[in-house]
Write a protein that binds this ligand. Structure first.
Ligand SMILES: NC(=O)c1ccc[n+]([C@@H]2O[C@H](COP(=O)([O-])OP(=O)(O)OC[C@H]3O[C@@H](n4cnc5c(N)ncnc54)[C@H](OP(=O)(O)O)[C@@H]3O)[C@@H](O)[C@H]2O)c1
Length: 295
């Protein structure tokens, strides 16, 4: 689908990848609807995009609120007489152990990353079916293909989004509505700073953030234009995801060392193996006592 003159809703448009995606669509003369919770940031972005052709509409929206999402889509259709593209990008991260992590945080993550996307899909598909035209982009993650320690809940939301994309694509085949899934790796945005943290995992070094948000935004536009199915941003991300199933045990071991084993980064001493032991102790201390065995 060409994007010139099309109407595009971007969720999570106030920051990072969503913001860059709004820029990329606006550069290509699309009408862009900016949605997230922060009205001030969206207004500022709309001002930045004013020089590009096409119109902008700011609709502050919390994607966890189904009625607000329905109102976002209705308002878009009223303003632009239709809606062509949905970019399901709003998302939040969480560093937490699965076994002892806060259920409230995990529920929140699913509410934003999974249910937020489903709310948008359910609100928009009826309009796209009527038009017999549309494209839905779900922003998953490399973490939606490979799970790492303390990112299990986040990964689960992104694995779920991958499943939603694949099923939806089949369900909509022949309707004129395409579905793409984007798998960014570490991207240089405020995502890490905005993450909920239950364990003290230090920020990853900048050199590991191999892509900028503009590169992800460009891939999202390409996915819409060429109806791409699974879309990676860097070759390294593609290679990592496809190498994982070849030796998952070895890859898990390497990821464990990478995330948990660098004693220097985590402020503990010793070899990576000793560091893992030391790091496990505070979490073990927090864990509830197992029930005592009766004599
Ligand atoms: N950065 C990475 O390394 C990376 C890698 C792979 C995938 N991703 C994915 O890319 C997407 C964008 O992340 P980013 O890197 O751009 O992070 P970011 O800079 O933290 O942006 C997150 C966006 O989500 C919005 N958001 C959060 N909760 C929301 C809610 N309840 N309703 C509506 N909007 C909400 C935020 O806006 P408000 O606060 O204004 O609501 C913000 O615009 C996420 O889905 C993330 O999982 C990121």
């Amino acid at each position: 689908m060409h994007v010139d003159g099309r109407t595009v809703i971007v969720t999570g448009a106030s920051s990072g990848i969503g913001r860059a995606t709004a820029h990329e669509f606006a550069r290509r003369r699309a009408h862009v609807v900016l949605a997230s919770r922060s009205r001030d940031k969206l207004d500022a972005l709309a001002g930045e995009l004013a020089d590009y052709p096409g119109r902008r509409l700011v609709v502050p929206t919390d994607v966890t609120d189904r009625l607000a999402v329905e109102a976002l889509v209705r308002r878009t259709v009223e303003e632009f007489d239709g809606v062509d593209v949905l970019v399901n990008n709003a998302g939040v991260g969480l560093f937490a152990p699965i076994a002892t992590g806060s259920l409230d945080n995990m529920h929140h993550l699913f509410n934003v990353n999974f249910w937020g996307a489903v709310h948008c899909i359910q609100a928009i598909v009826p309009y796209m079916r009527r038009q017999r035209r549309g494209h839905i982009v779900n922003v998953s993650s490399v973490a939606g293909k490979v799970a790492t320690p303390y990112l299990g809940a986040y990964s689960a939301t992104k694995f779920a989004l991958t499943a939603v994309s694949n099923a939806l694509r089949s369900e909509l085949a022949g309707t004129g509505i395409g579905v793409s899934t984007i798998y960014p790796g570490l991207t240089d945005t405020s995502f890490q700073e905005n993450m909920l943290r239950e364990v003290d995992v230090p920020d990853l070094p900048a050199y590991l953030r191999t892509a900028g948000p503009a590169a992800v935004g460009r891939r999202i536009v390409q996915a819409v234009r060429w109806d791409l199915r699974d879309t990676y941003v860097t070759l390294a991300d593609f290679a990592a995801v496809n190498a994982y199933p070849l030796a998952p045990g070895l890859a898990d071991w390497a990821l464990r060392l990478f995330w948990l084993g660098s004693g220097a980064r985590l402020g503990v001493e010793g070899t990576p193996f000793e560091a893992i032991g030391e790091l496990a102790e505070p979490f073990a201390a927090d864990a509830p006592e197992p029930p005592s065995e009766s004599p």
